[in-house]
Design a protein around this ligand. Structure first.
Ligand code: SF4
Length: 325
């Protein structure tokens, strides 16, 4: 998970809830991708430390358990950078240029210059991140699947070139809620400025929920609406019960319900769902020293695994002539 800013509801539902569920079934490694954050935020690095702390607090608030999962910081493990470099040498440029999220961000983000080597090579670093830990499964959102496919292709190319079988080819594990839109209907993203953050005050959250875009054809309360054209209804689908949603469709289409009260009900349901997370957030927010200790300990555990895998990759390349010297 990147450290580019505060975590938002999309991260919680699309990623963290899935991560928490996975730790009951698998040996999991989760990391703060602070090097990845530089890919799109290389100019302003002052907030990185605060963001890292916020990330750790939110992970614990969401229910990640350091006894079950290894929680670590990417930039404290140099093998990520080293393997990324090796993968960069063997990855054909067109593989990267065709990644949909690359094209999408180049089109949509216009407040930063993303014509950098690091931004294009982002999925190559991601491939290194994944295979260093012999990951069989990677919890991903739907938009990350092409990145995972690219990882598999890079692994196959490495094995093919160096006639070896060092890495595991990972598979994607989709959560139950792969995509929560932002309030404006685009993907909820820090880059687009349309996110509801866990660090927002309740008042800020309520305001953002009130401002979620509704069916644009519904100008007056007496106009019948179409929930399928309403972003607030996309939120209802995630946070409200099937029975509530049936009633919303009926009352919206017959103009019996106004958008203000519809979004008020949505806000209540959102708070109901995230209340335990907000409570744990307050608890861990008061213990920054313990959060750092948890990340330090996790990083030590992760590095042992990364070092072993990296050494195996170097062996396969006959690139270890000074090893042990
Ligand atoms: S009543 Fe609800 S579903 Fe219908 S347009 Fe308004 S906010 Fe959307």
């Amino acid at each position: 998970m990147q450290t580019t800013g505060k975590l938002h509801l999309g991260n919680l539902l699309g990623a963290l809830e899935n991560w928490v569920a996975m730790q009951e079934q698998y040996e999991c490694y989760y990391f703060a991708a602070d090097w990845h954050s530089l890919a799109s935020n290389y100019e302003d690095t002052r907030g990185l430390e605060d963001n890292l702390m916020d990330l750790g607090i939110n992970w614990l608030a969401a229910g990640l358990d350091p006894e079950k999962s290894v929680l670590f910081v990417q930039s404290l493990i140099p093998e990520h950078a080293a393997l990324h470099l090796i993968f960069s040498m063997i990855t054909p440029l067109p593989w990267l240029e065709r990644v949909p999220s690359y094209k999408e961000k180049m089109e949509q983000v216009n407040n930063r210059d993303l014509h950098t080597y690091g931004f294009l090579g982002y999925p190559v670093l991601q491939a290194a991140d994944i295979v260093l830990y012999n990951a069989h499964y990677v919890p991903v959102g739907i938009d990350q699947l092409p990145h995972l496919e690219l990882t598999r292709e890079i692994v196959r190319r490495f094995h093919d070139i160096y006639k070896c079988k060092v890495f595991v080819e990972p598979e994607g594990k989709m959560g139950e809620v792969p995509k929560l839109p932002g309030g404006d209907g685009r993907k909820m993203s820090k880059s687009y400025g349309n996110a509801i953050y866990l660090a927002d005050s309740r008042e800020e959250m309520k305001k953002k929920i009130e401002n979620i875009v509704t069916d644009p054809a519904r100008i007056r309360k007496s106009d019948p609406g179409d929930p399928e054209k309403c972003i607030a209804f996309s939120f209802h689908k995630v946070f409200s019960s099937p029975g509530e949603n049936e009633l919303t469709v009926l009352e919206c289409k017959s103009a019996k319900r106004g958008c203000v009260s519809c979004k008020k009900m949505l806000a209540d349901n959102i708070f109901k769902r995230i209340e335990p997370v907000l409570e744990r957030r307050a608890y861990w927010g008061a213990k920054p020293g313990e959060v750092l200790d948890i990340l330090r300990e996790g990083t030590k555990r992760a590095r042992k695994v990364a070092e072993t895998t990296y050494r195996q990759a170097c062996d396969a390349m006959h690139f270890n002539f000074l090893a042990g010297a």
